[in-house]
Design a protein around this ligand. Structure first.
Ligand code: ZN
Length: 310
């Protein structure tokens, strides 16, 4: 069969056009699927963690929680480092453990996802902190499973489960934020801090009546990113700015020059606007919902996807 000369030229042109994107443009990394985050699975992980008992820093319960978290991360195929260190508190010197999971990616772009896992002492002998800090820790473990397959060309993801967020008396130089101060310092010493694009802290994210109240001491670009992610996840109406600043685990990273955001629900209470379950024996599993965990997990995946290529 003979083709007319013009047809042959057109075919060559079309073939050239089709090949062009493959030859010149790098393929965009595949985004992680937000719908893969299963709220029921996250709730199960919260429940399993809470069942280990109170997790105040230096206690047997904290050690059991650290082992549980490390095992769950390893089961997701994630490399785990346990950073055990001693630090002074107003009462005594304690051993703290940060559990760090790394999902490899571009070494020059890092996303740090954080939750503290310790519970506050002095609330009640059996205080297990279902929302503070069970919810964020269980959700971060569920997120780890979804995020764990490395995707070439996307940022390295560091999952940090921090010990010692809670203070004994009042936040001070050696009272509270022990784990976050330690990790922020380590990232600085290791030369990673300049490569950190975002520190995303989750705290009290399981309340049935989800009301995320982002404190003012948060990097503005990350507030924009969080609002966009919340919109994509269908819960933009659940996100607002808090009236003031908060001293939480994101602060040591801000102080070291890293962009950071605190996704916290500081209206955890018996009625809208109240926070009367916080740091009380009412902080129990029945106050949480798998839907809230699922929504928040999807917001985080949208944020991670939004930072995948730039
Ligand atoms: Zn607390």
């Amino acid at each position: 069969m003979r083709l007319p000369w013009l047809t042959v030229c057109l075919l060559i042109l079309v073939a050239g056009c089709l090949r062009q994107p493959q030859a010149d443009a790098p393929a965009s990394p595949t985004p992680r699927n937000p719908d893969a985050l299963d709220g029921a699975r996250a709730m199960q992980l919260v429940s399993n963690l809470v069942a280990l008992g109170p997790r105040s820093s230096g206690s047997d319960g904290a050690e059991r929680a650290a082992a549980f978290i490390a095992n769950e991360l390893r089961a997701s195929g994630i490399r785990v480092d346990i950073d055990a260190f001693q630090d002074e508190t107003p009462a005594e010197t304690l051993t703290f453990r940060n559990i760090l999971g790394t999902i490899p990616g571009d070494p020059h772009r890092w996303i740090v996802l954080l939750s503290h896992y310790d519970t506050k002492v002095g609330i009640a002998t059996n205080f297990v902190g279902a929302n503070d800090s069970g919810s964020s820790s269980g959700l971060l473990l569920a997120l780890a499973a979804v995020l764990s397959p490395p995707i070439a060309g996307t940022p390295t993801i560091l999952l940090g489960f921090l010990d010692g967020e809670e203070c004994r008396h009042a936040y001070a130089a050696k009272d509270g934020l022990h784990g976050s101060i330690r990790l922020a310092s380590k990232l600085t010493d290791d030369g990673i801090a300049p490569h950190v694009r975002a520190v995303i802290l989750l705290d009290m994210v399981g309340d049935r009546d989800l009301t995320i109240t982002i404190p003012r001491n948060t990097t503005p670009e990350l507030v924009v990113a969080a609002f966009a992610a919340a919109k994509a996840a269908g819960i933009r109406d659940r996100f607002s700015l808090f009236s003031g600043s908060m001293l939480d685990d994101h602060v040591p990273f801000l102080q070291r020059g890293m962009p950071a955001i605190d996704l916290i629900d500081f209206q955890f209470g018996s009625a809208p606007g109240r926070n009367d379950y916080w740091h009380t024996p009412h902080d129990t599993l029945d106050k949480l919902s798998s839907d809230s965990l699922q929504h928040m997990g999807r917001v985080v995946i949208h944020m991670v996807n939004g930072m995948a290529t730039h």
